[in-house]
Write a protein that binds this ligand. Structure first.
Ligand SMILES: [Zn+2]
Length: 108
């Protein structure tokens, strides 16, 4: 998704605002028809096992049941501005295995 539409950006922004983390990140999952079927924000980790609470990871946990084939992620800064972000290597690796493409928003 090179240029997500306004409603998609708004949905990402609102979802990221629900995050309780210092770095607020959200992820939307889209099916093959391009319909958004799931939205998640990242969650704080309380154990060192870690890795399970990235927004894109939470989406991927339900990817199969919901038919997600593409994920769009973003981070919002202090002033609410949207920032592009890359998935971490672990999430990227899982996405590759699932055949899911992870995209981010363009730089503002
Ligand atoms: Zn990750």
């Amino acid at each position: 998704m090179a240029n997500p539409d306004k409603s998609t950006i708004e949905r990402l922004r609102n979802k990221a605002k629900q995050s309780t983390c210092k770095f607020r990140i959200s992820a939307l999952g889209f099916n093959k028809s391009g319909i958004c079927v799931i939205a998640r924000s990242n969650k704080q980790q309380f154990s060192r096992k870690g890795g399970g609470f990235h927004a894109e990871r939470l989406v991927m946990q339900e990817a199969r049941s919901r038919g997600v084939c593409r994920i769009l992620i973003c981070r919002i800064g202090k002033g609410g501005a949207m920032r592009p972000i890359d998935p971490c290597p672990q999430c990227q690796s899982i996405a590759d295995k699932l055949g899911i493409i992870i995209d981010t928003i363009p730089e503002e």
